[in-house]
Design a protein around this ligand. Structure first.
Ligand SMILES: NC(=O)c1ccc[n+]([C@@H]2O[C@H](COP(=O)([O-])OP(=O)(O)OC[C@H]3O[C@@H](n4cnc5c(N)ncnc54)[C@H](OP(=O)(O)O)[C@@H]3O)[C@@H](O)[C@H]2O)c1
Length: 291
């Protein structure tokens, strides 16, 4: 998301940018406005911010308290900073859009396309350790496949097997696409089970044909982590609630950090370094900048 925001600005606006990048962080509350009810100065917190506001690649950030929740006590700052944005995205995809809930969906099958990325990693943890689904994730390299298994994938397959709609894959009640919606569209329509649910988090440049989903009564929905803040929805505090639950799951030892890389020191150079890692398209888990 950060790489896309930066490159969008570089394309459309005159440099230097006036929007500070950085959508998720862990830190300490320095000051709270008089109407704040959820957090006080000194609280250790984490958050995923508002895409339309200035961000956290900075020493201080002003943020709506409804986007903020207590940081897991048992986690380091670096481990915690890896989770809020991807955790929220995966949570909303699984538990809101797909309506996955125990015990009704226990044992059902989910396919996570792009399993080793930031969202795919935490989605696999939530799907396996919280929702108790049968998790199949896609990865194309031994190291990304190993990582997917560590996150909870029962089965790791190559992206190409999905594109080929290998009949041996069977059908999935749920498909979460964290890589390319258009590239996998036909395959997702083929692999989704009747009454199944497909969720995608990546924008397309071409229209999607929903017709193949009709006979199956299968549904498709977008997940966009920033919808509530972009549209000023009253449900904004749901973001606080989800992050608070995620924090508890971490402290219970159910969820672990997806941090794989830490870059020390916050500067334009280290932000650039982090963006370059993501731009390879091959990063595994999450990149964190420690302050
Ligand atoms: N809608 C939202 O709210 C939201 C939130 C967060 C992110 N996003 C978007 O979601 C996408 C994923 O972001 P992320 O940070 O989770 O991922 P990421 O960390 O950038 O993903 C890297 C992983 O993608 C895999 N990959 C590369 N090409 C692939 C392909 N053609 N098919 C399947 N997998 C492929 C690679 O696995 P291998 O090396 O094994 O090939 C690599 O491990 C981005 O486009 C981001 O902007 C959207």
């Amino acid at each position: 998301v950060e790489v896309k925001r930066r490159s969008g600005f570089e394309r459309e606006r005159t440099l230097p940018m006036h929007l500070i990048l950085g959508l998720e962080a862990a830190g300490v509350v320095e000051a709270a406005g008089p109407a704040c009810q959820l957090h006080r100065p000194g609280d250790e917190i984490w958050f995923a911010g508002n895409i339309a506001h200035t961000g956290c690649n900075a020493e201080f950030q002003l943020i709506d308290e409804r986007l903020v929740a207590p940081k897991p006590r048992s986690m380091s700052w670096e481990d915690a900073a890896a989770l809020p944005l991807t955790g929220l995205t995966a949570w909303e995809a699984l538990f809101n859009h797909m309506a996955i809930s125990s015990p009704a969906t226990v044992g059902q099958r989910i396919l996570i396309i792009g399993g080793a990325g930031g969202v795919g990693s935490i989605a696999a943890q939530l799907a396996k350790r919280v929702a108790h689904l049968q998790v199949t994730a896609t990865a194309s390299r031994p190291e990304s496949a190993d990582w997917c298994r560590m996150q909870g994938a029962d089965n790791v397959i190559d992206h190409a097997d999905v594109l080929a709609q290998d009949p041996a894959l069977g059908q999935f009640q749920f498909v979460l696409n964290c890589a390319s919606t258009e590239q996998y569209w036909d395959a997702m329509c083929g692999l989704i089970a009747p009454e199944g649910k497909i969720v995608a988090i990546v924008e397309t440049s071409t229209p999607l044909n929903l017709l193949p989903l009709m006979n199956k009564s299968a549904s498709f929905s977008w997940e966009h982590m920033s919808t509530r803040s972009l549209y000023g929805l009253n449900s904004l505090s749901a973001q606080h609630a989800i992050l608070a639950q995620l924090s508890q799951l971490v402290d219970l030892g159910v969820i672990t950090s997806t941090r794989t890389t830490t870059i020390c020191g916050l500067s334009a150079a280290t932000v650039r370094q982090a963006h370059e890692l993501i731009e390879t398209g091959r990063s595994v888990g999450k990149v964190v900048i420690s302050y």
